[in-house]
Write a protein that binds this ligand. Structure first.
Ligand SMILES: Cc1cc2nc3c(=O)[nH]c(=O)nc-3n(C[C@H](O)[C@H](O)[C@H](O)COP(=O)(O)OP(=O)(O)OC[C@H]3O[C@@H](n4cnc5c(N)ncnc54)[C@H](O)[C@@H]3O)c2cc1C
Length: 411
């Protein structure tokens, strides 16, 4: 009987669980090391506890990294259909929602994790929790993997330690150090898919206000990207799906010292003329009414004073009849294009993903094996691949975990 390859998978998140299952299914003996007291904790919080596990519209265009083509062979080898077949086979029923996002029909992320854990147990992956791996030591085409309480000799290593986002449920970047100590390099790291900070004087008063808006990200005063949806004003700035989506490009540009702003069109289905006519009607009907009262019914009540003041009108209680055509034009300008400078973003604790990561130049995109250290693979968020919101990041974890696990077992 031929000896099975003993593969150490470092990190029991989405990518590590997929790599471990795939390696065992392809003939390897696998030990999965997880620094926390249980595997897959981050999966539980994904998709607001519902786990947006993939996206039917996922293509390489939904990912960024220094090498934009790196994801192509990985996604081709294990595409969305393969991920869905994998989960359906485990017993997970899924449903597609808007913009191609796929969730379990149970509405519970925990069902995704349970099914992965059952499979890990069924096929005999050995799981070692509370094992924070501190060293991977290559020796004569095999490895010693070391943690505080012990070490083990293995034939191959798959590194899936994730990034620095949501550190209480994942890693703090120590996983990246494991790879840099072996000579791999790192593309600059920054929090992504994260709320943005602004310095509006009205931030505190606007906390909790939600508006549907078309949001344009402006970089150095040029439109760079657009997204639509519910924007949430917070006491530190802006959140909500379109802001989170645009934060990836925003923080990337901010890291290059470029000026960032977002422009909110809060009436994207109205023309500027429609809005001007509506304000004129209010003026004609009740010219003596204070402006801040006259706009009730058109604008969220807590937004009225900030909109008036941002339009350059000093007294929100002046009668609407005193509005000049220029005042009206400026109010319409704010409602259809409120440009708000971005001063930063929240930190790793609030970011859904880490952008940047271990440089993909050091890995073969066909297999995800290290070009520096034969017998070492990497997958998931630790690599410099960041997906858009909407299921892309988990799809990358499944696809890359599969490719790394397959090759670690069979090469
Ligand atoms: C709040 C939130 C919501 C999200 N929602 C979605 C969503 O709905 N859809 C989507 O596609 N993506 C979502 N994401 C992103 C997605 O969860 C991640 O991209 C994905 O989980 C990354 O998988 P990973 O296995 O590479 O890393 P992780 O999930 O971070 O797993 C890495 C694991 O390795 C362990 N580890 C780290 N270092 C070591 C070490 N030295 N030794 C041993 N173990 C180690 C960690 O404890 C962790 O368990 C969300 C993220 C967050 C934070």
């Amino acid at each position: 009987m031929t000896k099975k390859n003993h593969v150490a998978v470092i990190g029991g998140g989405a990518a590590g669980l997929m790599a471990a299952i795939t390696a065992v299914r392809n003939g390897a003996q696998v030990t999965l090391f997880e620094r926390q007291e249980r595997v897959g904790k981050k999966i539980l919080v994904t998709g607001n506890g519902r786990c947006n596990l993939t996206n039917m519209q996922c293509t390489p265009a939904g990912f960024v990294g220094a090498d934009s083509q790196f994801v192509v062979p990985v996604l081709n080898r294990f595409p969305v259909a393969a991920a869905l077949a994998f989960f359906h086979d485990l017993g997970l029923c899924t449903m597609e929602e808007s913009a191609g996002r796929v969730f379990p029909v149970t509405g519970q992320a925990s069902t995704v994790l349970d099914l992965l854990r059952f499979e890990v147990e069924r096929i005999g992956v050995s799981v070692q929790v509370a094992a924070d791996i501190t060293m991977i030591i290559p020796k004569n085409r095999s490895f010693t993997v070391r943690w505080r309480d012990g070490e083990v000799a293995v034939d191959r290593v798959v590194a899936t330690p994730g990034g620095k986002a949501f550190p209480h449920l994942s890693g703090t970047g120590g996983g990246i150090d494991l790879l840099t100590r072996l000579g791999h390099t790192v593309e600059p790291l920054f929090p992504a898919l994260v709320p943005l900070k602004t310095d509006l004087p009205f931030n505190r008063g606007l906390k909790g206000v939600k508006v549907d808006a078309a949001v344009t990200l402006r970089i150095d005063d040029q439109a760079a990207a657009v997204d639509k949806g519910e924007v949430l004003f917070t006491d530190y700035g802006l959140s909500g799906p379109p802001i989170i989506q645009l934060s990836l490009a925003a923080n990337r540009a901010a890291a290059a010292n470029r000026a960032i702003a977002v422009r909110l069109d809060m009436f994207s289905t109205w023309s500027a003329d429609d809005l001007a006519c509506d304000i004129d009607k209010r003026n004609t009907a009740r010219p003596d009414q204070p402006l801040d009262c006259a706009l009730i019914g058109l604008i969220h009540k807590r937004l009225i004073v900030p909109v008036i003041k941002s339009s350059g009108i000093a007294d929100p209680q002046q009668p609407i009849g005193k509005l000049t055509p220029e005042d009206r034009r400026r109010i319409v300008g704010i409602l259809k294009g409120w440009t708000i400078p971005v001063t930063g973003s929240l930190s790793w604790n609030d970011a859904h993903v880490m952008a940047g990561g271990v440089s993909t130049a050091g890995f073969d995109p066909a297999t995800l094996e290290s070009r520096r250290i034969p017998g070492l693979w990497a997958a998931g968020e630790v690599l410099d691949v960041t997906g858009e919101c909407g299921g892309h990041n988990l799809q990358w974890a499944w696809s890359s975990g599969y490719v790394a696990g397959l090759h670690a077992a069979t090469v």
